[in-house]
Every structure is written in C-alpha cells, then in structure tokens.
Design a protein around this ligand. Structure first.
Ligand code: CA
Length: 271
C-alpha cells in the first residue's frame, strides 16, 4: 500500500554534500523574480540524501513544479539568497553543515524569504523536534520514513493555503489598538514597529482578528489555519499562539485564552 516509503535512517558515505544539483544551474541566473514565476510553483529541496532529493525532484516536476536542489545548509542559503524566490522550501532537518532549523531561522529572519512556506523533513519523531521545527517557523513537517504521496499532499495543502491567503488578503489594512496589519503585504506592526511573522503566524493572527470577539476552538483553528488535521495536534495550536503572542509583545494581550475551550481575539480595545 505504501509503495513509496522513503527512509532517511540509513545512508552510505556517498552523499552529495557541498554541491547544488547541476540540473538547476542554467536557468537560474536568467529568470527574473516576476509574479508569474511566483505562481508557477518553484520548490527548493534541501536534502543531503540524494535518493530522497531525487525522488522529491521527480515527483514535484511530474506535477508541473520547477525545482532546485541544495545538499547542504550553506548551499540552501546561497540558493535562497538569489532570485527567483521559491513558493515552497522542503527542508531536511539533519544536514551536514548548517542544520535545517538554522536554515529555517535564516529564512524567517530575512525579509525577502520570510513568507516562503517551509515543509520540514525530520528523522526524529519526538514531539520536541516538532515543536522546535514550528518555533523556528516551519509550516508543517513530515517524519521520515514518509510516503511521497503524503509529502505531496502536505506540500499541496501548504501551497493552496499560501495562495488562498494571498487572494483573500487583497490590500486590506486593519488597525486594532497598538496593532496594525497589512493583509496584502503580509506585514504586521505593533506600536509602529514591524513584527516579523511567519506565513502561518500571520494566517493565525488574521483568522483570529477576522473573527474578533468570537471564541475559536483549537479544532476550528486547526481546520481553518492549518487546513488539515492529520497528526497535527491541538498542542500545535497552543505552541503557535504562544509564539505569536510573544512576537506581538504588548499587543499579545489582544489574543485571549479561554481555558479548555480555545482562543479569542478581543472584540473591543477596552474590554
Ligand atoms: Ca539529512
């Protein structure tokens, strides 16, 4: 049934460290970072295990995506520092040099790349790793060994959400007390200071804000913000809300916890 299980557990010494797949070279420099480029679907695959990287490349390209591969964290950062900007980064956690979490952090800290969705690959199934992955700003994760079908489903869900929030967003600007958000530009400010939010955090914030004064259960948020249940747990919601609150600083109090129920964005400032 699971015909295409890919395991990251075993691999020989013949890794492809230190090089970026040659297949991507000729096109890269000449492609301008146009809007068309962004919607055509470019996936950057950061994975040091060649078998996995090649399988992902094959499957994404078969579905009409363009791909670029990087076999080390450093190669990934170099690739991401250049145009065109990808629509999705599939990022392995265990890389030979710069770790996946470190790459993810860089992606999120950089203005240019911070809204690019990241799908993390990890060989470790422990909850802590999942949480760490989310805290550095991954949008979702897949645990090795994984089925390519499952990964493609998740990738498509992420891309669909990213696209939907783009379309939905328009150019609306909303202000609530200390908080100002620009849905079109995916930007948020607290007391005039820009807050760096991941795509997922931004979606969580706009979802809560758009339903001001209404309690949102964790399940509702999972469904509407994460767009799938799978093995994403309600604890994931808590982790993200906590993180979002921290980032919002003094505006974090606008998001209230209703113990045992869920979360609510304040209806009014002076509540
Ligand atoms: Ca690896």
């Amino acid at each position: 049934m699971n015909s295409q299980m890919i395991s990251g557990a075993t691999r020989g010494a013949s890794t492809v460290e230190g090089r970026v797949s040659a297949g991507a070279e000729p096109k890269r420099a000449s492609v301008p970072p146009t809007r068309e480029q962004a919607v055509s679907g470019l996936v950057v695959i950061v994975e040091d295990e060649a078998d996995i990287a090649n399988a992902l490349e094959y499957n994404f390209e078969r579905e009409g995506f363009q791909t670029r591969k990087a076999a080390t964290g450093r190669a990934a950062l170099e690739l991401l520092g250049r145009d065109p900007l990808p629509d999705l980064i599939v990022l392995d956690l265990m890389l030979p040099d710069v770790s996946g979490t470190e790459v993810c952090r860089h992606v999120r800290m950089n203005d240019r790349t911070r809204h690019v969705p990241v799908l993390m690959l990890t060989a470790k199934a422990e909850e802590i790793d999942r949480v760490v992955g989310f805290e550095v700003g991954a949008d979702d994760y897949v645990t090795k060994p994984f089925s390519v079908r499952e990964l493609m489903l998740r990738a498509r869900a992420i891309l669909r959400r990213a696209h939907a929030s783009e379309v939905e967003a328009g150019s609306g600007e909303q202000v609530f007390g200390r908080l100002r958000i620009d849905s079109g530009g995916h930007r948020a400010w607290v007391d005039g200071q820009e807050v760096s939010l991941t795509a997922l955090e931004f979606r969580l914030l706009t979802t809560l804000m758009g339903r001001r004064g209404r309690v949102q259960t964790r399940d509702t948020l999972l469904e509407d913000v994460w767009d799938m249940s799978g093995d994403v747990t309600t604890r994931t919601v808590d982790t993200h809300v906590k993180r979002l609150r921290q980032k919002l600083g003094t505006a974090g109090i606008y998001i209230e916890t209703l113990r045992g129920v869920g979360y609510r964005f304040r209806a009014q400032l002076d509540e």
